[in-house]
Design a protein around this ligand. Sequence first.
Ligand code: SF4
Length: 272
Amino acid sequence: MKIEYVKVKRALSKSSLPDLNYAFNPYIGCMHGCVYCYGRCFTKDKEASDNWGEVIKIKENILQLLKREVKRKKIGVVGISTITDPYQPIEEKEMITRRALEILSSAKFYISIQTKSDLVLRDLDLIKGDRFDVGVTITTLNDKTARLIEPRASPPSKRAEIIEELSEKGVKRWIFYGPIIPTINDDEETINEIAGLAKETNTEVIIDMLRLRPKIILSIKRSLGKRAEEILELSKNELYMERILRTVKSELNKRKVRTSFAFPQLSLKAFL
Ligand code: SF4
């Protein structure tokens, strides 16, 4: 893995994601190296984008910039992070995310964290009050499946523990069940386990399906070998995906779990 320090020009960028005003990405690239990661499509740094999971750039001046920017930007919701994981392993030593939480919360910004790492638990002393929410991506509760598609992220059992702890501490939280990948994590067992965890911890579930951008197709072909063809075929099959989404929605509704679709504008009929 190649790791280097870089200087950047800004800390907060405008976000077009639903419910976010700004994005804060402390690192370029992500050590977790998920097979389906859209970060590789939106990361401008070609080296990190082309070698997703293998090249990490640490934004060494981002905290100085953030301190200045929070004084002149309008207060809003900051997504941490949108194209990297703010709690990937390098954060344990660098602590950029932790320092950013301190700066943003003193400036009274709202903070929406999304991660796949139990390192987020380190910062629970800061994550409190109604200015925070934490999303944990749980695509499966099966360790073997997770290793296949999210090779270096915390195992699902650890991610379930994050949700349990956030629930105990009363932190606003959500499970991100996405992307739903045909034949990988769209089976009955996965749907029931995720719905069960959401029910037990009274946690909202946000759903998303796989989106086939060229770099994602390439990554799936490279990493999933023979299984790729069927996955790609079924992902394009609207009837198949609609049936899966209906099942997911119905299992969550049955348990009275709050559910929404990550990108309502792109949703299939089942969610309209
Ligand atoms: S954890 Fe998130 S940002 Fe990192 S590789 Fe996986 S999907 Fe991409």
